[in-house]
Every structure is written in C-alpha cells, then in structure tokens.
Design a protein around this ligand. Structure first.
Ligand code: ATP
Length: 508
C-alpha cells in the first residue's frame, strides 16, 4: 500500500535522483530524475524563480545549447502561454525528465513511468507536452510528405475524458505539424491511420486494431509506437478488454508505458516493466488532495422528507428544530439554500454524486421544482443532451449538477462543492469524486452524506478506508469510527467524539 511518503522506486538505470536540498543547475551536464514533489520544487534557477516552461525553450539556430536539459519548440511554449500555462508543476517536470532525456545506452528504450499525483495537479499536460515535443522532433527528421504511423497512443477511461484530452492536445499542438486523431465516441471511424498521436477509447481502438474488427475499419499499424499513455491507469487495469489489447500490442512492438492516476492499486504494476521503470508521486497519494476540505454529514433515509410540495404558493420546507437528523434530500435542499442561493451574487457551483442515473434525474427534477434549477448528466442519456447540460453547468447557466460514476474521474470544471449524496462502491472512486473540486490551486469542499440508519448497505471497507484516510481534525460520525474499528488503529486517539456538524460548514 502506498502512503503519501513512499514514492520513489530507484530506476534500474543510470539516472540520478536529486537529494533533498539540491538546487537545480541549468549548466549541469548531469542528468536528473525528479522523484518527489518536495524535490522537484528544488528545481529552481539561481534567481529562485519557480521553474517555467520557457526556461526550456529551444535556442535559436546559431546559439549553442546551454545545457543538456530537454528543449521545447517555441510554438509549443507559445501555445502553453496562450492557455495561461507558464509554470511547470511537479508531475510535469518529472514526466518531462523521464521521457525527454535520451535513455542511457544500456537501456534499450525510455523506462516505463508510474506517475501518481493528486487530483487536479496537471497530469494531462504532464504527458501531452513531452509527447507532442517528441513527435515534433521525429517529424523534423523525416521527409516533408512522409506518411507517419502513430508514435504515441493515449488511452483513457470514458469517452468524455478521451474527448477532453483530445481538445487539450489540439490546442497544444496548434501550428505544429503533429497530427492528432480522436479514436473514440460516436464520430465516424477514422479513415487513414497516418497520424502521430492517437487518443483512444478502448472499444473504438479495438475496431481499428483487432482481427475481428468491424469490416471496412482502417487498421492501425503500431510498428512505430514508442509511448503508450494510460490515463486513470488504476481504473483501466481492471478492464479485461484493455489488458488483452495491451498484451497483444506488447507482443508486436517494444514501447514505453506511462501510467497516470491520482490513486494507485497493486494491480497497476502489471501494466509496466517492473525491472525498468520510474515512479513519481506528488501530493497525497490515495487520499483526497490537501486543497479539499472533507466534511461528513449524518442523514437518515428512513425519516420522512419534510419538503412536501407547494403550500400557500411556497415550498413547504418543514421545521427541523426537534430533529437531529434529516432526510438526505432535505439536507441537500438546506445546503443549497444556505451556500448557493443565499444572495443574488452567489455564483458557486455544486456537483452531486449519486449511485443511479434514475436517482440523478429524479433529484434534479425535484430540486428544480423547488426553485433551484438543476441538471443531471449520466451515461444513460443521449450524448447531445449530455453535452448540452454539461456545457450549461460549465458556463454557470445552471449551478447544480447531479451525476453518477460517469464524471467521477478526470472531469476538470471549476466547482466549489462536491456532495457525495450516496457513497460510491469503491474507496478510490470517493477520492476521485471529491477531487472534482479543489483543483488547479483552488480550494474546495467535499461533503459526504452518511446514512446513519442504513449503513449496513455500505461497504465496510469504504467506510474504514475513508475514516482512516482523513486528516485527524476531520470530525467523523461515531458509527464510522466504530465500523472502522478505529480503536485498533493508530489514529484512534486523535479523533474526538463530538457532533458531526462542522462549525463552518454545519447545516445549521
Ligand atoms: N503548469 C500549469 N499551470 C497552470 N495550470 C495548469 C498547469 N498544468 C495544469 N494546469 C491546469 O490544472 C487543471 C487540472 O489539470 P488536470 O485535469 O490535468 O489534472 P489531473 O491531475 O489530471 O486531475 P485528475 O486526477 O482529477 O484527472 C487544468 O485546468 C489544467 O489546465
């Protein structure tokens, strides 16, 4: 099991790790490998500036390269700047170091990489930037009109994620010759397979790769493949179809596998070459990111909802004075009233996770009828409607979004609150759900409803892992502590037995 501190595996090759306290020397002839985010922060130049992408801009033709560090084309740096991206994040420099340096001679190819870094820490750019640069370097060495076969394939977990990665890749590669192909979704099958980077969903890729492919599908030739990127790798590893494809690809050609996620499980190691890999860990691994405040609210599905409909032209919201517990819908209603609709200036957004798509639809409708417009986005709806609702939420036209597992991972929308109305089936999903807020340097709040009278339905494992993972100062419902048997765990002494209601984000 990884904790937030067990992070680095010594690579079985000649790169050096960087000791604590080491300062990056731009003129150094040595090769370096970043291995922990505390160390990566030490990559600063003499002026103590934070490290920027432009520090790695390629020199002009007649200029002598100052260092052995990798270089980015000006066009790529400009594209990054146009996206307001200047500083390099820890996972980004680690991936850059691992992929852009030439591997030592005794190592045939770039070692594999396991990059585990908190939600919202910038893993998508961590792999896209060096991969686009690699393709640009390759293209320079080829005749202008040469037909190129894919050098990089990127796989991710859902069609929505794959499409997001594609959109970012298109922006990053603007004005370069790098050809990027989307191999996912309900768009037409690709017609030619001459591209540099393919961004794929598993099912659609299979049609272009497998012998049992749909007739007429162009077949992708992977003989040039050098890098296989697996985003949300710990979820992908559970997909048998994906593992089969991977095995088949590995039999055909030797490529480096780069895995990215905010959570890690042991099975993930079967995706990489365990004798020749780097691992990088940044932020809290397998835990909710430090930028997110986690709060637990007790609710009771067995008590009646007091929001009963229209009464004298107003919603009857009942009275709660005598009741300690509330039905989850009532709890949600009061939360939204207090934190999203307390004044006309409020622009805050909440993403609410539920188990089932029918529940998402029902709750969105019910809340809308109560005067708080909400939409639901899930896997059992038409793509176009899904995209339309999601866009309304992104644009802030609708500030309440109900969803299911569909948006658990990877979704990058600026939101203030996450509510786990139901608990997910796996602990890792809870971490990713909470990680939809508190991204990209912002703070967020993730509220988890704990059904106090129905907790037998929950997986004991989830409750236990959540209870153990949260920081000492997070107040937990008593039964969570009991279920987690925290008495036997080292954290027990630090958890106070007080009301679950958090002062700042308590319901009343
Ligand atoms: N160097 C950077 N400077 C400024 N913003 C950045 C930088 N790198 C990434 N970002 C922004 O940070 C946000 C989060 O990035 P990204 O979605 O890649 O996170 P992630 O680590 O993949 O998260 P998750 O694990 O939840 O998928 C994005 O909006 C991205 O544009």
């Amino acid at each position: 099991m990884f904790s937030s501190h067990i992070i680095f595996q010594t690579p079985k090759c000649q790169y050096h790790g960087v000791p604590e306290g080491y300062k990056f020397d731009f003129n150094s002839e040595e090769l370096h490998m970043a291995y922990r985010d505390t160390s990566v922060k030490l990559y600063q130049n003499d002026n103590e500036e934070s490290l920027k992408f432009q520090h790695f801009t390629k020199p002009f033709k007649d200029q002598k390269p100052k260092t052995l560090i990798p270089f980015f084309d000006v066009q790529l740096i400009n594209n990054l700047n146009n996206m307001d991206i200047t500083e390099i994040r820890p996972s980004q420099i680690a991936t850059m170091m691992a992929t852009l340096f030439e591997a030592p001679q005794e190592v045939q190819r770039t070692p594999d990489l396991l990059c585990v870094s908190s939600t919202g820490s910038g893993k998508t750019l961590a792999y896209l930037v060096p991969m686009i640069q690699k393709c640009m370097d390759k293209i320079y060495g080829l005749p202008t009109k040469a037909h190129r076969k894919p050098m990089v394939l990127i796989f991710s977990y859902t069609k929505t994620l794959v499409e997001n990665i594609f959109q970012i890749a298109k922006k990053l590669s603007k004005g370069t010759n790098v050809k990027i192909e989307l191999i996912a979704g309900n768009i037409k099958f690709i017609e030619d397979t001459f591209f540099d980077i393919g961004i794929c969903s598993i099912g659609r890729f299979r049609n272009h790769f497998d012998d049992n492919h749909e007739s007429g599908c162009a077949q992708i030739d992977i003989s040039w493949l050098k890098y296989l990127i697996i985003d949300e790798a710990d979820a992908m590893v559970s997909d048998h179809e994906f593992r089969e494809i991977l095995e088949k690809m590995k039999k055909q050609v030797d490529f480096s596998t780069l895995c990215f996620s905010a959570t890690i499980k042991c099975e993930l190691y079967c995706l990489i070459d365990q004798k020749n890999y780097y691992a990088f860990g940044g932020g809290r691994i397998n835990q909710v990111a430090a930028s997110i405040k986690t709060v637990f609210w007790k609710v009771d599905t067995k008590c009646h909802s007091r929001i009963t409909g229209i009464f004298n032209g107003k919603i009857n919201v009942g009275s709660y004075e005598k009741y300690e517990l509330q039905h989850p819908f009532d709890c949600l209603y009061r939360f939204i009233q207090k934190y999203l609709f307390n004044n006309s200036e409020n622009k805050k957004k909440v993403m609410i996770f539920v188990k089932r798509s029918t529940v998402a639809d029902y709750l969105a409708l019910r809340l809308s009828l109560c005067g708080f417009p909400a939409v639901a986005v899930h896997g059992r709806m038409d793509y176009n409607i899904r995209d339309k609702f999601l866009q309304e939420f992104i644009d802030g036209k609708c500030r309440i979004l109900f969803t299911t597992n569909l948006l658990t991972r990877g979704t990058d929308i600026n939101i203030d609150f996450v509510v786990n109305y139901d608990l997910p089936l796996e602990y890792e999903q809870w971490v990713h759900r909470c990680g939809r807020t508190g991204r990209n340097g912002n703070h967020g709040i993730a509220i988890t409803f704990i059904d106090i009278n129905n907790h037998t339905d929950y997986s004991k494992d989830i409750i236990q892992r959540i209870a153990v993972s949260v920081e000492d100062e997070v107040v937990l419902p008593e039964f969570m502590k009991q279920m987690a048997k925290l008495e036997e765990m080292k954290k027990e002494n630090n958890i106070q037995d007080v009301s679950f209601v958090n002062e700042e984000y308590g319901i009343e």
